[in-house]
Each structure stands twice: as structure tokens, then as C-alpha cells.
Design a protein around this ligand. Structure first.
Ligand SMILES: [Zn+2]
Length: 224
């Protein structure tokens, strides 16, 4: 089973990814890990990519796409997370999958309004004792208790990145751009799915983690 997953930061994509990865024993491939793997193994593509990264430049699609497909081709069950980020990459990735006869089973899209995604990012509170205690002042289900961690009662903190409103807006803008950005990529795959190439599963990111997980599994098992 091979899956592409999409969702803005704040939509719970990371949580859902790790839940289905465990259930279906998928290799969870995140965009950052693709570069690291190629660079650590010193592949020709990785060495070229490293030059761009060390100059602080973006790695061009001509390198990124084959790096991604090399990794996907070497695995039998995968979940690709955080790639493609835009429409151009989506088209090139699809072509590369076709060329190498790699099957795609599902694309999963977690939908959430941009303003809500922003509120959730800014509402995150970090437990000083454990990174695995989720607290968020903008999500009722994980609201802190008396201003302290709802799991262990420790002090809470914020992450600097989560409070940088301009940077958050900029990142979300790339995701919600339906002309060239990530949502344009999703729409491109939506059209391909309607021609029967794979299934497009849409989830409502407003729902609770457990409900989303159950819906996702039900929808996968209906089709797979
Ligand atoms: Zn805690």
C-alpha cells in the first residue's frame, strides 16, 4: 500500500501519519529525510543536492524528484509526507511514478480552514517535562488544566516558531495556494483519482484525532 498524505501544519497530519504507518507497517518518508538519506549514503544525487544545500539554495526538482522516486522504488509499502509541495512537483512526481511503474494506492487529504490551522499552531503549548504531552489553548480536547500540562501538571512553554505570525502565514500561504502551491498539487491528484488511478480520501481536520483515525482506517479498508 502506497500513500501520499496532505494537510496543512496544524491539521494533525503528523499524528495521523504515525498512526497509519504503525497499523499498516508503512515506511514513513518525510521530505527532509529524503535529502538526509541520499547525503548520508553519498549517492551521486545526494552529493549534488548537498552542494545546493551548503550554498543555502533550494535543491532543484531535477534532483529532488529522482531522489524521492529512488527511495520509493526501494520500498514495498510507503507513506510519503510533505512532498510534493507544489503543482509542478506533483506533475513531475506522477510522471516519475508512471515511468518506474510504481503504484499509488491512496492520496489522503486532511482539510482545515487556514485561519483554524493558524490558531492551532499558535495555540500549541509545550510541556517542560515531556514532548509527548500535547496541550493546545485553541483545541478543546487538549486544553491545559489550570494553565499547566493536562497530562502531568508541569509548567508549559511556547515554541518561538509557533508564535512568529508572519512566518506562519507565509508557510500556510504556500499550502493554501490553489494556483501553484500544495492545494494545486492536491487538485491535480484529485483529477487523476477521478480517472481511476488511485483513491482520494478526504478527512475533516476539525474532528478529534481518534475520530479521524477511525474514519481514515474505515475508508482505506473499504477500498483496499
Ligand atoms: Zn506534561
Amino acid at each position: 500500500m502506497n500513500i501520499l498524505i496532505f494537510g496543512p501544519n496544524g491539521s494533525g497530519k503528523g499524528t495521523q501519519s504515525s498512526l497509519i504507518k504503525d497499523k499498516y507497517e508503512l515506511a514513513h518518508i518525510e521530505s527532509g529525510a529524503i535529502f538526509r538519506e541520499h547525503i548520508n549514503k553519498r549517492t551521486p544525487l545526494g552529493l549534488k543536492a548537498k552542494n545546493y544545500i551548503s550554498r543555502g539554495e533550494l535543491v532543484p526538482d531535477e534532483l529532488t524528484i529522482p531522489m524521492v522516486t529512488d527511495i520509493l522504488e526501494s520500498l514495498s509499502n510507503w507513506l510519503l509526507d510533505g512532498f510534493p509541495r507544489n503543482k509542478t512537483q506533483a506533475e513531475k512526481l506522477w510522471q516519475a511514478l508512471r515511468d518506474r511503474e510504481i503504484e499509488l494506492s491512496f492520496i489522503v487529504e486532511i482539510q482545515l480552514a487556514q485561519e483554524l490551522a493558524k490558531q492551532r499552531i499558535m495555540g500549541r503549548r509545550i510541556c517542560k517535562k515531556s514532548p509527548h504531552h500535547p496541550n493546545n489553548i485553541n483545541i478543546e480536547a487538549i486544553y491545559p488544566i489550570n494553565g499547566k500540562c493536562r497530562v502531568c501538571g508541569s509548567e508549559l512553554d511556547t515554541r518561538k516558531d509557533d508564535q512568529d505570525e508572519a512566518a506562519i502565514d507565509q508557510r500556510l500561504q504556500v499550502y493554501y495556494d490553489t494556483e501553484e502551491g500544495t492545494l494545486a498539487a492536491v487538485n491535480y491528484y484529485q483529477k487523476l483519482s477521478s480517472s481511476g488511478n488511485f483513491y482520494h480520501i478526504i478527512l475533516d481536520g476539525n474532528k478529534k484525532i481518534e475520530v479521524l483515525k477511525d474514519e481514515l482506517i474505515t475508508k482505506i479498508e473499504e477500498k483496499y
